[in-house]
Design a protein around this ligand. Structure first.
Ligand SMILES: C[S@@+](CC[C@H](N)C(=O)[O-])C[C@H]1O[C@@H](n2cnc3c(N)ncnc32)[C@H](O)[C@@H]1O
Length: 317
């Protein structure tokens, strides 16, 4: 059965479009009308690029520039990116002068990736407040941004993260050496923090989603945020592992194919060999969706979808 999509203001998270747009605002370079020639030109440019890449892939397979983005490729790409960027993208001041094309309903804007990161962090904060887990694991936690801030918002909760790259884990651990969460992250937090030293307690591990280094049912909540998008090669194993180590819930903020199967987004995901998981494959992993919404901001080439699942109890034979 196709999933039922809920509007964000009916998702039980106490959020609406205005709240998410306000959260993004410090990272928005400019808002435009969808008919503005700068906007239509950017959409056309991005789509032409994705189509070109897709054609290349069809003609030459995975040779040359269409080289497959396998896990080795992804690890080296992110390893360098996390080490290079550190916390600079989350500085709110000064307001950016340029950015990529973002869309949320009828609102279109040029914004930096931190705009989306902050909106997703707000969604995660509200989801943790709603589900009230005692323990939480993030799979593919990158530089630890979400976990470092969530830990300070929910100091009584035990947080852990698994990340493929040394660069990501090293950046997160460097932040943990500071006695207090750095000011840049305290300002970035979309909601008040209750213990600005709790980031030091997050358990960051280097490892792969294909083989999570934890026992079955080890965490009340297991989530991923734009990380499965990089794991098409190991999609089934990663979903199986998330389900295995979750005791009660999983949450995914990922570009499920259900809301990316048309136009630019479809061409981009196919050309980039990104995640093509469908919501209706989750029950195969013992995960039963209880909340689905794609009423979230996204870059014009990738629409994140929030899927919260309850883990089905194992049936003993
Ligand atoms: C787009 S980033 C998202 C990072 C983080 N979740 C966030 O919201 O900022 C995707 C991350 O997934 C990680 N990743 C990719 N494949 C992985 C795997 N098999 N196991 C663990 N992490 C992986 C990448 O190294 C990268 O840090």
């Amino acid at each position: 059965m196709p999933p039922t999509f809920t509007a964000i203001d009916a998702a039980g998270l106490g959020l609406d479009r205005a709240a998410l747009l306000a959260t993004m605002d410090p990272f928005v370079a400019c808002r435009l009308a969808p008919t503005d020639p700068r906007w239509t030109a950017e959409v056309a440019r991005k789509h032409a690029k994705a189509r070109r890449r897709l054609r290349q892939r069809r003609w030459f397979g995975w040779l040359g520039r269409g080289k497959r983005r396998d896990q080795g490729h992804i690890a080296s790409e992110y390893d360098q990116a996390w080490a290079r960027k550190r916390l600079a993208p989350y500085e709110m001041d000064p307001r950016p002068r340029a950015g990529a094309a973002w869309q949320y309903g009828d609102e279109v804007m040029f914004a930096t990736s931190a705009a989306g990161a902050r909106a997703r962090l707000l969604v995660l904060m509200r989801a943790v407040a709603l589900l009230r887990p005692a323990s939480v694991l993030e799979v593919g936690c990158g530089n630890g941004l979400n976990l470092l801030v969530l830990a300070c918002r929910f100091p009584a909760t035990r947080f852990a993260g698994v990340e493929l790259t040394d660069g990501g884990v090293a950046t997160a651990r460097a932040v943990q050496e500071e006695t207090e969460l750095p000011a840049v992250l305290r300002r970035f937090a979309p909601e008040p923090l209750f213990d600005s030293a709790a980031h030091r307690r997050v358990d960051f591990r280097r490892g792969s989603a294909a083989e999570l280094p934890f026992a079955a049912d080890a965490f009340d909540l297991v989530y991923s945020s734009l990380a499965l998008e990089q794991m098409e090669e190991i999609r089934g194993r990663a979903l199986g592992e998330m389900a295995r180590v979750a005791a009660h819930h999983t949450l995914m903020l990922e570009p499920f194919w259900d809301c990316n199967d048309r136009g630019l987004r479809r061409d981009y995901l196919l050309a980039r060999d990104h995640f093509r998981g469908r919501i209706d494959e989750l029950p195969r992993h013992g995960l039963e969706p209880t909340l689905v919404t794609d009423d979230l901001p996204g870059e014009i080439w990738l629409q994140p979808c929030l899927v919260v699942c309850r883990k089905r109890p194992a049936v003993s034979s």
